[in-house]
Design a protein around this ligand. Sequence first.
Ligand SMILES: Cc1cc2nc3c(=O)[nH]c(=O)nc-3n(C[C@H](O)[C@H](O)[C@H](O)COP(=O)(O)OP(=O)(O)OC[C@H]3O[C@@H](n4cnc5c(N)ncnc54)[C@H](O)[C@@H]3O)c2cc1C
Length: 277
Amino acid sequence: MAEPTARPKRLQRPQIVLEVVNRIQLSPHLVRIVAGGPGISAVEDNGKTDAYTKMLFAKPEAGLTPPYDMERLREELPLDLLPSRRTYTIRRFDLARGEVWIDFVVHGEAGVAGPWADHAKPGDVVVLGGIGGGYAPDPVADWYLFAGDDSAVPAIFSALEALPKDAVGTALIEVDSEADHLPVDAPEGVEVRWLHRDGAEAGTTTLLEDAVREVEWRPGRVDVFAHGERGAMKALRPYFTRERELEREQLSLSAYWAHGREEDKFQAEKREPIGTI
Ligand SMILES: Cc1cc2nc3c(=O)[nH]c(=O)nc-3n(C[C@H](O)[C@H](O)[C@H](O)COP(=O)(O)OP(=O)(O)OC[C@H]3O[C@@H](n4cnc5c(N)ncnc54)[C@H](O)[C@@H]3O)c2cc1C
């Protein structure tokens, strides 16, 4: 009989422990956390405009000190006391100043990360679980199309700022209202168009899909970056792949969150039909 083998250990991303340096209310629904501290020396800019990190949030009552040994904690703690994992874009690496910026959608009291950012104050602990990312604007594209909701503002803005000054295209950004518009240093030839939910719940409208379908399709090779709520992304993928017949390399599209789902459930559902895009 074969020897029983130990349960394979899950790969743990190296954790980077920082602290809140500043909290800036950018708009009614977006809060910037500037994070820094000695741990910043472990942060590396990967050159992707959608660079993201898997943040870990521990409940104060768990009394944990980071970095968290997740493997051990999973064995020792009840599920509800384990740190929660949430994914966020690094809006800017300002390593010369020893800072990273992370912009959080504040979407009420539900969830972990949004409420945390809403109430964060200097000195609060920030735990980053590694840094990933896969997109930067294609330098040989003829034009660019960006589509997303508030959660994709950090990645879309980073991309707009990285474009060559003579780039052309359209950025469609869905927010609640005009109060959520933010300034961005986009090339003159890229129209930034804001779409308003006007009080409708995020993740319940067809605003983004409708606006994408109305974009005038320019000649030449397009580079598309579309990220946001799962329903909107599910509707957009066939438009790009079947109707516009884009090649794989021309399209960066994924769900950043799902209406009515906590991130853990939403991430787990990516392996089921409901979560497949
Ligand atoms: C690669 C990647 C990059 C991302 N970058 C960012 C980023 O830079 N900024 C950002 O804010 N988000 C970003 N997100 C989305 C973020 O991870 C999710 O919104 C996450 O669910 C937020 O966690 P939470 O604890 O606040 O809410 P959860 O506990 O996950 O969810 C609680 C409830 O809030 C709802 N909810 C979650 N997010 C939103 C939202 N944006 N608007 C309205 N309702 C919501 C859920 O549907 C659920 O009903 C990114 C996601 C990915 C995969």
